[in-house]
Design a protein around this ligand. Structure first.
Ligand code: MOS
Length: 702
């Protein structure tokens, strides 16, 4: 994988220069401790027991025999667990009630936590947990997601569920070309390297949690709600995180560990197994989407409708906002988006990298390709002819929309010019070859954060912020941002993150983390430099300032603020075996100022790799009879392996956000957006067959 970075005419400084991870040595030498690795005196180990039935009530839990097993200390369940307060709002609305463990006998889905067995060692806990007899009064369950569900409903949560303008049917009837197609995406799972794990201990009524999460403030606030505590009485630490893309918030295991630690009055650790992660840590809901497009002969869109349906659980409302791209990407005289969900007897879905945009862009960008085919127009040209001046739904101007620049640079680098648009005509031995493209967008937001900066007497600086580095390189990015802001060099800045004691901060989520935290670091650095200018002598305890961006964020102008991108893929398809090989991918992004080209490139390539995996491999398959997954592990749930991933190039065009102190927009999720559509469009170009259902498995190709 190689990248030639387009260098903006940037000023000298650390931001914009490639910098290896500041904690890289700690990680590769094993010195970096993850949540399950802290040695603690008196540590006990909890093992979760999850439901084998898909719906019903717990009739009995036979704790007696298990309590007599070696090392077993306790069995917590709905009959004896401490009561929790479930009526509160977290940082992002009402939390998923799956985390409020052992509060009732109802079983809403297979894999629901029904008990925690605690023992002296993990092995004893596991053996006892696997021996625990739980009997259920089973009830019939319903897990079928179909387009015609009469019980589908919408919510106006953080955004309206439905938007509409114009007369859709009239514009479709007047169109020279129409596309009307259904697209589906399957259940998908996060499967990060480090399984969820937490260690809880109580001291003088205060809870201390060693955890792996995407936001210590977030987890602290939700624990405070559940245990009816002042957040100041909870400290959550999460220094190193082995991956997380939406699923590492507050979940059953942290709450179970905290409960057990309180009941036993000793530290308790709960680590999830890979299999438990498939039911307890969220996933991306499958979607059923319908896209209708109508255009004049020159490609101008007259009608655009994007509808999406996802499923959620009976304990939590989660809307996968798959029609969001249509609200950003393309305008039309008649424009309608609608997002609905249906409650089923299944685990709660949650955010997964580019929630909404990832599955939504597959449908919308495939439909655009189908429209280009019908019109006999180049797919890039069709997109450029429909590149709007203002937000199609909001009417607001864009805070930078450099999509056309991405397509121009991408087309040049990929070698798009002169592409024969006819499908199924390029052969190389047994392979049919094709190329495809798709557009990408993802919202660029920021959340309030607190940063504390200390000028140390030895001339170095310490930054403290409750940021989370889920593998993105956020810690390193903040080091570069702080170095420039303090007019020093990165080696004189140490950045400490992942501790709720550092004050409230935004999560690593929604591609907003590095932007939100950098803003706070910039604000604190400015104040610190002013203080140092007035009093340059630094006392032994250093000079410390703290900044909070809550008010500063309120001054951001109302604009459509997004990152954009152009995705390209080349595939080879064997029509006899149905095998699809991606030969190369290129993504060019307009995603704000790039703080660290080294880790930014990894982030974008990682997103594109995930998009490839989404296009060809990933699929959680449910057993209708039992409600569980057929292969709830990494043997059954296929993820692209090294051999599946070819040369992937990611690069960017200059696109700083003028309203951001650093110019950042956010790069966390844009890499996955549109990647699956680019692959699917390339498969069509190779074979002449449209694939509207992911993944594009061999049996669907032959
Ligand atoms: Mo994310 S899916 O915003 O961690």
């Amino acid at each position: 994988m190689t990248t030639t970075t387009l260098r903006p005419a940037a000023a000298a400084g650390a931001v914009g220069t490639a910098h290896p991870r500041v904690e890289g040595l700690e990680k590769v030498t094993g010195a970096a401790r993850y949540a399950a690795e802290f040695p603690l005196p008196g540590l006990a180990h909890g093992w979760l027991v999850v439901s084998r039935v898909a719906r019903g009530r717990i009739r009995s839990i036979e704790t007696g025999p298990v309590l007599a097993m070696p090392g077993v200390l306790a069995v917590l369940h709905h009959g004896n667990a401490p009561r929790l307060n479930t009526d509160f709002e977290g940082l992002f609305g009402r939390p998923d009630q799956t985390a409020a463990v052992f509060q009732h006998d109802r079983v809403p889905h297979a894999g629901w936590p029904v008990a925690l067995v605690v023992a002296e060692t993990p092995e004893q806990a596991r053996e006892a947990a696997e021996s625990l007899t739980v009997t259920y009064d089973e009830e019939p369950h319903d897990i079928a997601l179909t387009a015609d569900r009469p019980d589908a409903c919408t919510v106006d949560d953080h955004m309206p569920g439905v938007t509409e303008k114009g007369d859709l049917e009239a514009e479709l009837a007047a169109s020279a070309a129409v596309v009307d197609a259904e697209y589906t995406t399957p259940e998908e799972h996060h499967a990060m390297m480090e399984p969820h794990a937490a260690t809880a201990r109580w001291e003088d009524g205060r809870l201390d949690l060693l955890d792996s999460n995407q936001g210590t403030t977030w987890v602290q606030r939700e624990l405070a709600g559940l245990f009816a505590l002042d957040p100041a009485d909870i400290r959550v630490r999460s220094e190193h995180i082995g991956g997380g893309f939406g699923s590492k918030g507050l979940r059953a295991h942290q709450v179970a560990a905290a409960m057990a630690a309180r009941v036993l009055d000793r530290p308790v650790r709960v680590v999830l197994t890979r299999r438990q992660m498939f039911s307890l840590t969220g996933h991306r809901s499958p979607t059923v989407q319908r896209v209708r497009l109508g255009a004049d002969a020159d490609g101008r869109l007259r009608a655009l409708e994007h509808r999406s349906l996802n499923r959620t659980s009976t304990v939590h409302e989660f809307l996968e906002p798959a029609a969001i791209p249509a609200r950003v990407m393309y305008d039309a005289d008649a424009h309608r988006t609608a997002m609905e969900m249906v409650r089923l007897d299944l685990p709660s879905p949650t955010w997964m990298r580019a929630p909404g945009e990832a599955p939504g862009s597959f449908a919308l960008e495939s439909a655009l390709d189908e429209l280009a085919e019908k019109l006999g127009l180049d797919p890039i040209e069709l997109r450029l002819r429909n590149d709007p001046e203002r937000g199609p739904v909001s009417g607001l101007p864009f805070a930078g929309r450099n999509l056309a620049a991405c397509f121009r640079e991408g087309a040049r680098r990929f070698g798009w010019a002169g592409r024969d648009p006819r499908p199924g005509v390029r052969r190389e031995g047994r392979w049919l070859l094709g190329t495809g493209t798709a557009a990408a967008s993802f919202g660029a937001g920021a959340g309030p954060s607190t940063a504390t900066l200390t000028a140390e007497p030895d001339g170095t600086f310490t930054v403290r912020i409750a940021a989370a580095d889920i593998g993105t390189g956020a810690r390193t990015a903040l080091t570069l941002v702080a170095a420039d802001a303090l007019k020093t060099t990165p080696d004189r800045v140490r950045v400490r993150i992942g501790d709720s004691a550092f004050g409230p901060a935004m999560i690593a989520g929604g591609s907003t983390g590095t932007r939100s935290w950098s803003w706070a670091v910039m604000a604190a650095a400015e104040e610190l430099r002013e203080r140092l200018a007035l009093a340059p002598d630094i006392p032994a305890e250093g000079i410390t300032v703290r900044a909070d961006t809550t008010e500063a964020l309120g001054t951001l102008s109302q604009k459509e603020r997004h990152s954009f991108g152009a995705q390209f893929a080349e595939v080879a398809v064997d029509p006899a075996t149905g095998e699809v090989r991606v030969r190369r991918m290129l993504g060019i992004f307009a995603a704000g100022r790039i703080v660290n080209p080294l880790t930014a490139r990894s982030q974008l390539v990682g997103g594109m790799t995930w998009g490839l995996s989404m296009a060809l491999h990933e699929e959680g398959v449910r057993d209708r009879a039992f409600g569980g997954l057929y292969g709830g592990d990494l043997a059954g749930y296929h993820i692209a392996s090294h051999a599946d991933v070819p040369a992937i190039e990611a690069d960017w065009v200059d696109d700083p956000d003028p309203e951001d102190p650093v110019g950042i927009k956010g790069i966390g999720e844009i890499g996955i957006v549109g990647a699956a559509a680019a692959v699917a469009n390339a498969v069509w170009h190779a074979t002449g067959v449209r694939h509207r259902h992911l993944p594009i498995r061999p049996d669907r190709v032959i």
